[in-house]
Design a protein around this ligand. Structure first.
Ligand SMILES: [Zn+2]
Length: 583
C-alpha cells in the first residue's frame, strides 16, 4: 500500500467505524467473550431504536438463535420507556466448544460479535483451589510488608514473604468494559465469571436496564461449582461479607451497593463457609444495627439450614472443628485491622472486642471445607489493605498485608499436607502507592520535609519486632518508611502514623467538596497538600497499573506473562476440571 492509499484507507476505516458505532445495536455477551462449554449466561440484544418483533433476525454461526439456544427470547418493544427495543434470552448455554459468530440483522443493518467457547478439562489437576485476594495489593504493600515484618540489613531482606518462593507469576490487566480504571466489583467479577464488566457491577454485563438487578447475567464461579461439582466452597473477608470482592463469588447486580439483595443471593447459593463482617445486612430491620429494609432474619435462615454460627474469635474456634457449614459474622460493618486490634489496642475495636484475625478465619475455613472429600474452592480476601490505602494510611495497609501474608503461610502449610492444592495470590487492582526512603525524626529542625531521606541519606528504618510476632511492635518509630501516594484529595501530610484511628484525609465542606481535614492541621510538622484529584473525591483512588498474580501448586503453570483478569477464571475452572457433568 502506498502512503497515500494507506492514508485514504485509514480515513475510510475511521469513517466506517463511526458509522457502525452510531447505528450499532448492542449484543451481550460482548465481542471476544470467552465462555466455558454449557456455561450459563443471559443473551441480550439492545436495538438502537424501537422496532417490531419481526424486524430482526439473529443468527449464531448462521443458524437462528432460538434453535441454537433451544428457546425463544422475550421481545421488549419499549425497554424501560427508553424508546428502544430489546430481546432477552435468559439462562442459555452453548453445548460445543469452538468459535461462535453472532449476527444481529435489523432494519437493513448488521451487528456482529464473536465469542469463543472452551471445553472443560476432562481431568482435574488440583482437588482444591485457594484464591487469596489482597484488595488493592500493590508492589509497595509487598515491599513494605517484607521490610516491616522481616527486616532488612546491608540491602538484603532478613526473611521472605509466603509468596516469595511461588513458581508461577504474571501481570494482570484489570480494566473493565466502561473504563481503564476498575473498582473491586468488576475486577473480582472478571475472576469469578471470565467475563468483563463495568465499575460497580458484578456477575452481569452493564446494559441499559434501569433496574440494577435486571442486567444480563454471567455465571459465577460459585454457581459453576454448585452446578457441575460436588465440591464445597467458602468465602472469607475482613470486609463486610456482602462487599464487592466476596459478593462477586456468587452475585449478580449492576450496583455493588445492593447489599441486602446480595445477602439473599448468598443465601440462595449457600457457600459452605461464610466468614467476615457485615452482619447489619443479615439482621431484620427491627434489630438494633440492622441495615435491612425488611424483617428477614438471614442469620436464623442460615441456622435453620444447618449452619453453625460463630460470633467472635472464641465461638469460631469452638464451632469450626464440628461444623460442616459455617456462618461467622464478627462485625456489623467492616472488621477492624491488625494495627488497631493487636498493636495499638485503641478505642476503634471497643465495639467488637473479640474479633478473630484473618488468619483465624482462614484456619477455620480450611478446617470446615477440607472435610469434603471431593475438594473445595476457598476465597480469602484481605480487604483492609485497600480500605486503609484509600485514606492514605499506609501503615494500616502494610500491617494488614503482613496479616494477609500469614494467611498465605497457613494455606502453604495446608498444601504441604495436601499437595493437590492450587494456591493463587493476587489483588483486584492496585493503588498509586510507593516507598521512596525514610523519615528520620533525629534530623535537625522542625521542617518534616527535610527529615525525608532519599538515596544514601535514606539508610534503613529502625522498626523492632521484639515479641517476634511478625509485626513491628509499634509503627511510631523514630526512623520510619517514607511512603507516598501519587493521587490524593486536599489533606494535611503529617509524616507520621495515625495512632488513634485510621486517617481521614478530607471531609466535605458546605459546597459538597472534599477539603483537608482540619483535625490534622496542628499535628507537629504537618503541611498542607493540595489535592490532584477532583474535589468530589474523598480519598486516594485505584490505579490502572498492572496487578501481580502468583501461584503454586497443580494448575498454576497456566499463570505466566501478561494476562487479562478474565483469564484467571479459566485457570481455576481448568485446575478443578469444572464444567463437566456432575458426578
Ligand atoms: Zn478500593
Amino acid at each position: 500500500m502506498t502512503r497515500l492509499n494507506a492514508k485514504a484507507f485509514a480515513i475510510i476505516a475511521a469513517l466506517s467505524a463511526i458509522v457502525t458505532t452510531a447505528l450499532a445495536d448492542t449484543i451481550y455477551p460482548i465481542d471476544r467473550a470467552s465462555v466455558i462449554e454449557n456455561g450459563r449466561f443471559d443473551f441480550k440484544v439492545e436495538f438502537d431504536k424501537q422496532i417490531k418483533s419481526d424486524d430482526f433476525r439473529i443468527l449464531i454461526n448462521g443458524k437462528d438463535y432460538a434453535r441454537v439456544f433451544g428457546k425463544k427470547g422475550e421481545f421488549i418493544a419499549n425497554e424501560d420507556e427508553l424508546g428502544a427495543s430489546s430481546l432477552v434470552v435468559r439462562d442459555v448455554f452453548l453445548k460445543n466448544a469452538g468459535a461462535y459468530a453472532v449476527e444481529v440483522k435489523a432494519l437493513g443493518k448488521t451487528t456482529k460479535v464473536n465469542w469463543s467457547v472452551f471445553a472443560p478439562q476432562k481431568l482435574p489437576k488440583a482437588k482444591n483451589v485457594i484464591l487469596f485476594i489482597g484488595d488493592g495489593l500493590s508492589v509497595a504493600h509487598r515491599t513494605g510488608a517484607r521490610i516491616l515484618s522481616k527486616g532488612v540489613s546491608e540491602g538484603r531482606l532478613n526473611g521472605r514473604l509466603a509468596t516469595d518462593d511461588f513458581p508461577y507469576m504474571a501481570f494482570i490487566g484489570t480494566s473493565g468494559t466502561d473504563s481503564i480504571a476498575t473498582d473491586s466489583a468488576n475486577s473480582m467479577s472478571a475472576y469469578m465469571t471470565g467475563h468483563k464488566s463495568g465499575v460497580n457491577a458484578m456477575g452481569v454485563y452493564v446494559s441499559r436496564a434501569k433496574d440494577s438487578l435486571n442486567h444480563p447475567k454471567q455465571e459465577t464461579l460459585g454457581e459453576l461449582i454448585r452446578r457441575t461439582s460436588s465440591k464445597s466452597f467458602g468465602i472469607v473477608s475482613d470486609a463486610e461479607i456482602e462487599d464487592a470482592t466476596p459478593a462477586a463469588v456468587v452475585s449478580h447486580t449492576r450496583r455493588r451497593a445492593d447489599k441486602s439483595a446480595i445477602v439473599g443471593m448468598l443465601y440462595d447459593l449457600k457457600p459452605d463457609v461464610i466468614l467476615g463482617g457485615g452482619s447489619a445486612y443479615f439482621l431484620p430491620k427491627s434489630t438494633l444495627g440492622s441495615k435491612r429494609k425488611d424483617e428477614i432474619d438471614y442469620i436464623k435462615k442460615f441456622q435453620d439450614d444447618g449452619y453453625a454460627l460463630a460470633i467472635d474469635a472464641a465461638t469460631l474456634k469452638k464451632t469450626a472443628p464440628k461444623a460442616n457449614r459455617l456462618l461467622g459474622l464478627f462485625h456489623t460493618g467492616n472488621m477492624d485491622g491488625v494495627i488497631d486490634r493487636k498493636i495499638l489496642k485503641n478505642d476503634v475495636t471497643k465495639k467488637f472486642p473479640n474479633q478473630p484475625d484473618l488468619t483465624e478465619m482462614t484456619t477455620a475455613a480450611l478446617e470446615v471445607l477440607s472435610k469434603n472429600r471431593e475438594g473445595f474452592f476457598l476465597m480469602v480476601e484481605g480487604a483492609l489493605i485497600d480500605k486503609a490505602t484509600h485514606p492514605l494510611d499506609w501503615e494500616r495497609a502494610v500491617y494488614d498485608t503482613i496479616a494477609f501474608d500469614k494467611c498465605v503461610e497457613i494455606a502453604k502449610a495446608f498444601a504441604a499436607k495436601n499437595p493437590d492444592t492450587l494456591i493463587i495470590v493476587t489483588g483486584d487492582h492496585t493503588h498509586g502507592i510507593s516507598i521512596i526512603g525514610t523519615i528520620d525524626d533525629s534530623k535537625a529542625g522542625d521542617d518534616m520535609r527535610e527529615k525525608v531521606g532519599v538515596y544514601a541519606d535514606a539508610g534503613f528504618p529502625n522498626y523492632e519486632d521484639k515479641n517476634k510476632d511478625g509485626y513491628p511492635d509499634t509503627p511510631a518509630v523514630s526512623k520510619r518508611l517514607a511512603v507516598f501516594v501519587s493521587n490524593f484529595p486536599d489533606h494535611y501530610e503529617t509524616f507520621r502514623p495515625k495512632l488513634d484511628a485510621q486517617f481521614t484525609p478530607a471531609i466535605k465542606n458546605e459546597r459538597d467538596q472534599y477539603v483537608a481535614n482540619e483535625a490534622y492541621k496542628n499535628v507537629d510538622g504537618a503541611v498542607f497538600r493540595e489535592g490532584n484529584l477532583p474535589r468530589s473525591v474523598d480519598t486516594g483512588v485505584h490505579s490502572v497499573d498492572d496487578m501481580i498474580v502468583q501461584a503454586t501448586g497443580p494448575g498454576g503453570e497456566a499463570i505466566r506473562g501478561y494476562m487479562d483478569n478474565t483469564e484467571l477464571f479459566r485457570v481455576i475452572a481448568d485446575a478443578l476440571a469444572l464444567g463437566n457433568e456432575k458426578r
